[in-house]
Design a protein around this ligand. Sequence first.
Ligand SMILES: [Ca+2]
Ligand SMILES: [Ca+2]
Length: 344
Amino acid sequence: MFRILLKRATVSLAWGLVPLAFVPWIGATEQLPPRPPSDFGERPLATARDDRPADIGFDAPRVGFDCARAETTLTVTVDSADTLQNDTTGAVSELPGYSCFGWDESGPEQIYELEVTEQLVLYAGLSDLQADLDLFLLDDCDTDACIAYANTEFATLVAAGTYYLVVDGYQGAAGPYTLVVSGHYEGVPEAICDTSSDLAAIPIDWPLAEARTDTLFGRPNLIQAYSCSPILRTGGEVWYAISLPPEWQLDASVTSIPMGLDPCLWLFDGCGPSPACLEFVDAGGAGEVENLSWSNDGNETVTVYLAIDSWRPPETVFDGIVTLAAPLVPLQQTSWSDLRRLYR
Ligand SMILES: [Ca+2]
Ligand SMILES: [Ca+2]
């Protein structure tokens, strides 16, 4: 599940209280002895599809830096979104690499302090790149305190606290960039299941005889990563609340997909921080049909929440039209004559 908690950044807080002269890495580029690793290994991390492998044989030395290097401080809350434009050309270059992944980051870097006000899914993404810049998230001013990384974008669960987001240059690269930092609800927002909300899922009662046509253009991006998809899905979604009696099967298909749109389908048993992901489907690429099937094997009618999502948001209204065909069919019952035939 997408639910692993971060240990508080107690090292950073404690060091803030001691006189500056006792901070062990005043010489900013001084190599330090190893520190206990941050809990990166257990952290959920969703990234784009385009991440490259680690550099073979590269082992980043540990470097501490002055937290005051941060360009600015951003406050991150659920539903906050900040967009910044900046350029690493001519910036200080003192951080050669990070503990969480073996990339040579010998280019200059810029650092952003993030004040995260509550537990949330933190998203950071780079665009408008002319050089190969990468992202690293630290929970201290120390390259060994790396808890997330990405070639272009990532989402990860963080507790409230102070973090440092570094935009760094791969193998000496430097250049301009646009940086988006946003906060997201952990799991499936409650509003989707709240019938009085503007964001409520479209109710569908069985049997659904006709196909629906809805657009993904301009829809809010309410879910983009979960345990059933570690690849980011940053398009907005259309949500359906589907009432399914016992022993009925939901077969949902997304058809009439324009070129360039890569759809996927999520199915949850409810809302909140940790609903069960009943199914996730992304079998095809851009423009290809997706099919999802799920059957209610229980004894009671259930409501399930189906989302049509996409890898990237559609750019125009025309691009975003999808058709949902969701014929709900009863599961095939085994008749007595069929059973008798088995034992002949
Ligand atoms: Ca660097
Ligand atoms: Ca999405």
